[in-house]
Design a protein around this ligand. Sequence first.
Ligand SMILES: C[S@@+](CC[C@H](N)C(=O)[O-])C[C@H]1O[C@@H](n2cnc3c(N)ncnc32)[C@H](O)[C@@H]1O
Length: 208
Amino acid sequence: MTDRGLDLYSALEEKLGLKKGVPYTPDWSAAPDFIELIVEHSLTEKPQTIVECSSGLTTLMLARCCKMNGSGHLYSLENGAEYAAKTRSYFERYELDEWVTVLDAPLEKMTIHGNEYLWYKSSDISNESIDMLVIDGPPGFMQKNARYPALPVLFERLSDHCVIFLDDAARDDEKELVHLWLNEHPEIEHEYIDTERGCVRLVINRKK
Ligand SMILES: C[S@@+](CC[C@H](N)C(=O)[O-])C[C@H]1O[C@@H](n2cnc3c(N)ncnc32)[C@H](O)[C@@H]1O
């Protein structure tokens, strides 16, 4: 982690009032410039239902945004029981229980367009339509295009104006899966943001 990266994490902790420690893990936590993007979106657009794929540092920061906004709820899908428990252990410290639910979401086999994937059990997400989707898992080493199922599985549950943030978009798999998504949904607006690991921001706007 560069000095600039550490400074950015500190600035985020300061901005969100998270000074009692957060679960930062080199190589596994989202990079600070990605977190800055999702925090900024949460604080300005105030999405009411947020879903994220993978829990950890992003969970605390997004839950804290909901608390600062005074509205909204974050559902975090986590396949690793130990990581889910670790993330939950921080909620009491920051009084965030009301704003976030970490769902134990083991990876399930599914077939999409004839290809097999392992992706989160998502049946426990609330029935509310999703205003913001943050995709930072499952880890890429699990399978090719590990994050591809996020859009096909959740598409019908996205609100008419939903914004999606995909982390690690500079990787070949993420470039390929974004291409697949856009072939299936050419109406989706998209933008590549040149963060440390690359971010793709997609906007669903069904009422244009
Ligand atoms: C890239 S991490 C991102 C987690 C979260 N969005 C964050 O910013 O902290 C994605 C997943 O990797 C897994 N993971 C986290 N830390 C790990 C570690 N030290 N070793 C192996 N897997 C880990 C967890 O299942 C987590 O959901």
